[in-house]
Structure formats: structure tokens, C-alpha cells
Design a protein around this ligand. Sequence first.
Ligand SMILES: [Zn+2]
Length: 448
Amino acid sequence: MDILLSNELSSLYENRVANLDKQQLMPEHIDAIIDDFASCDGVTKTIIGQSFCGLPISCLSLGDGPKKVLLWTQMHGDESTATAAVLDIIHLITAKLSTSLNANWHNLLTIHIIPMLNPDGASAGTRENAQGIDINRDALALQTPEGKALNAVVERIHPDFAFNLHDQKDYFRCGAHGKSSTLAFLAPAFDSQKTINHARRNAMALTALMQVNANALLPAGIARYDGEFSARSFGDQFTGRGISTILIESGHYPNDRYRQVARTMNVFVLLHALNMLCEESYWTTDEKLTELEIKYWQIPENKENKLCDLLIKDLGFAGNSYTTDIAMRKQSRFSSLTLVADIGDLHQQHGLNTVQGLGYTYDPGQSYLLNEELYLSNESYIELLKKGFSHFVGNINLIKNHSDYTIIENPKYWHDDKKMMKGVTPAGFLCKEGERKFAFVMGEILPL
Ligand SMILES: [Zn+2]
């Protein structure tokens, strides 16, 4: 992976636990690692409950200090970036690799880590658990065994600080002009007036400390969520019970499909947070808390849907005098299905890939009807595009696609209109002076 990281990050990056850089972590990817850690000195494993399908939910505990810290990840089964990060942290600690963590941390903190709260959702690749319930909307009803298990741990250990670790979509931008939000923080409110109680004030202050440190390494990529109060969510409930809770969302970084940068940034900020909890006298004075609260509100806002996979700017349409911008997004993070997400004046959008369409006109191309076997190599596919075939229809089994490209087969919603419409599969050509110069296929743009 061609990612340039600062020295502070690259050593954390190099010391990641092996084989966890995957699209989706499942119980079988982490069970043996958890058992290895459980056999280390100073680590205790507890089974805190069973998932709806009967899978064990593990918690690893480290340290003997009076300050209690709880971290949980993968409450949403398809959000596993931070699962790898918390395992990295345990690895760094148990292997006694150098970290920024205070040398006396184990006398100051007790750290409880639930690396996969929703193993059924993780196995199935779903946000929800096997009952189809979003566990993070079950904090009041407590009808999921996973939500009950989390609640019981909190009742038992009474954490001072809690870290609720998630993944967000690729399309969040850090502030109005920033890059992708690779991390986003929230110190959730516990009432609709968004009152700042003692617990929330401390969470805001610690968040500000984490963000300032992280932002130095990844400028314009560390954001703050402006969350509404959500009575059904655990973070909001725990804050109301006096537990300083911090939500962290892992997000996109360029050319980093499995979010290894966000993973490493999680390790970095969480170690910094644990270290700050060892050195509380430094930042919990009234004066310092006031200063940090101001810093919290200064963190750039996490802006939803301000990014798209491909943005074509100012595209023209044959026979018409108007131009417009077109945004395309994947249906979900790992979906190959991309749809036209928005059309119009999208100057407030940024594309992860942006193409200037000014001077070009749109041509949807035509369907290639399959009636005999068709072998596609890179060359033969590009030849078909050059001839104006933008997609394939008919018996899809006849295609042997050996090219490196995504192809469009029997698009669910096709139009051969010369306009562009929201919700359709994006395919077609950018033409100049009657010649097809570029093809776009799903979210990819190919020069012809
Ligand atoms: Zn989530």
C-alpha cells in the first residue's frame, strides 16, 4: 500500500497484529488472537454473554488501577476497523513494545476491552444482530442479548470513561473544505437540550486532546460529529449515568480500502487518551477544561454526503444548452453497485475522483445483446467501449470477463435517454466533437 505516514504512525502501523487487514472481521479471525492474549501475564478474559445465536462475547481486561476504562467495538457487525485497533493496542502492551503510554499505567487504570460485541452481525456482515435489531438503538429496551451484556458490564464495573468504536461511510468530509474524515469524534449528549454535565465535559475535553494530537499527524482529516440526542443509543445513556463516553468513527483515507490508516489512527488516539487518563491532573483543572471545551467546538464538523466516488463537473447534453454536475456513489462500502446519487449544482461536493466535463457531452451508449459466448480481455472490452457499447444485456452467463474492469450486466434501471437521472446505474461516454473520449462505468472513468 502506498501510504506515507509520519514516524509516530509508521511504527504503530508496522506493529499491527497480522492478518487483520480485511474487509470484514469475523469471530474466526480474532478468536485465536483473543485466546493468545488471554494467556499473557496481566490479561484476563471474561465471557460477558452470548449472542442471539449463542456465540460467546469476550472481554479482555488489563491493569489494576482505580480508574476504569471500557472500550467496545463492532457493536455494528459490519464495522470492524477498530476491532483490529484494540487488538493492536493489547499486542503493543503485552509485547512491551514502546508506546506513548505512561509506564505506571497498570497501577492507575483498569482497561476492559470488548473486541466484538456483535459476533452474529460480524459473521453475517450486517450492521444489526441476528434478530435484525440495531444494538445501538437498544439501550432502553434491552431486548438484544448483546445490548444486555454491554449494559451488565457497565453496571458491574462502573467505568469512568467509555469508548464506543464504529465505522462510518466513505462520504463524510472534515469541515466545509477538508478531506475525508478518517476519524470522527462525538461526546454524545444525554438530553435534548444537550446539557453539558460533568461526564460530558470530561469527554469533550479528552476528545479535544485526542483530536489536536491526531490532527497534527493527519491535518484536515479528524472531525467532530454534531450528533442529535438519541435516547435509544448506549453512548447517550451512559453519559446520562455519569460515564464520560466518546464515540469514534473510523472513516475513509485515499487508496486504503480496508482502512488501515483509520485503524492505526485509532491506536494512536486511544493510546494518547489512556495516557491522558493516567495524567488527569494535567487537564482536569477548571481552567483547562474550559479551554478544551472551546477546542472541542472548534473541531471541524463531520459533514455527511459531501463526498462521492466520482464527480463529473459541468457536463453538457447534446441538443441542450445546459451543463450540470453528476455525483456517483456506491450503494454500500464494499458494493460494486454504484448509482447516480445526485445531479445539479454540486459545487459543495468533492469527488474522491473528479472529472471536468466542461466541453464534453453525455452519451449513454447502447446495449450489447448477448447471444453467444463473449470472452472479455482488457483490450477487447476497451474495443467494445470504443464502439459505443456501455453495458451488456441478455444471458449474462455467456460473458467470460477476464478483464480487470467492472462491467455492467442487465442494469436494473436503464434509460437510453440523452439525459442523466438520479438512481440509475451510471454508464456512458463523455464525447467531444462526435468522438467518445472517456467511458464511465459504475464509478470508474476510463480514457478511450
Ligand atoms: Zn456504527
